[in-house]
Design a binder for this molecule. Structure first.
Ligand code: URA
Length: 211
């Protein structure tokens, strides 16, 4: 069975919270709180296919074979800096996950992403690796981050965002057809400045209160 490349997480709570986050007059504190809450719900969906095994435990009543996660702890990779907003909530749900960071900036001349930081957990080849960045816009930084993670051995990857533009989804599908994309919404398009329309503005600025 081929894996679905794009999953829209259409849970009513996710959709409701996202609508509030899109509003331009939501405060930094409100945006952050909603992002944390929505991250918990997104984490639930993106980890649905984690493998289970069984272990013997004793309840107060008897011994039983109980389900438990199989294999190595999963890896969460935040694309700096906005990825950190999604990361915090997901870590509350999966506190034992290993965490890595990839930092990229856009070269003003070539407009291509250039890496300035990369620190990732060991044994990525044996971990489900979830890459987080709230906005999948052009897809350039997501594709570059995943290129890098594959160089480090990652094989079982997922990409999780809050909003995606069709352009970014297409770019990911072309470059990394083996990496399923999870998003709360697929918006209309990118504008001339590379912002998602209707979108929610600059996710990093809104979560950190910068401008
Ligand atoms: N990054 C953002 O923060 N917002 C967009 O709309 C696109 C990229």
């Amino acid at each position: 069975m081929t894996k679905q490349h794009l999953t829209i997480i259409d849970h009513p709570l996710v959709q409701h919270k996202l609508t509030i986050m899109r509003k331009k007059d939501v405060s930094t504190a409100g945006f952050r709180r909603l992002l944390r809450e929505i991250s918990l719900l997104l984490a639930y969906e993106v980890t649905r296919e984690l493998e289970l095994t069984t272990t013997t435990i004793e309840t107060p009543i008897c011994e039983m074979q109980a389900p438990t996660l199989e294999g190595k702890k999963l890896a969460l990779i935040s694309i700096l800096r906005a990825g950190n907003g999604l990361l915090d909530g997901i870590l509350e749900m999966i506190p034992s996950a290993r965490v890595g960071f990839v930092g990229l900036y856009r070269d003003p001349e070539t407009l291509q992403p250039v890496e300035y930081y990369c620190k990732v957990p060991n044994a990525l080849d044996a971990r489900m690796t979830i890459v987080v960045d709230p906005m999948l816009a052009t897809g350039n930084s997501s594709v570059a981050a995943i290129d890098k993670l594959k160089e480090h051995g990652a094989k079982n990857l997922r990409f999780l965002c809050l909003l995606a533009a069709p352009e970014g989804v297409e770019r990911m599908r072309e470059a990394h057809p083996d990496v399923p994309v999870f998003t709360a919404a697929l918006d209309e398009r990118l504008n001339d400045h590379g912002y998602i329309v209707p979108g929610l503005g600059d996710a990093g600025d809104r979560m950190f209160g910068t401008k």
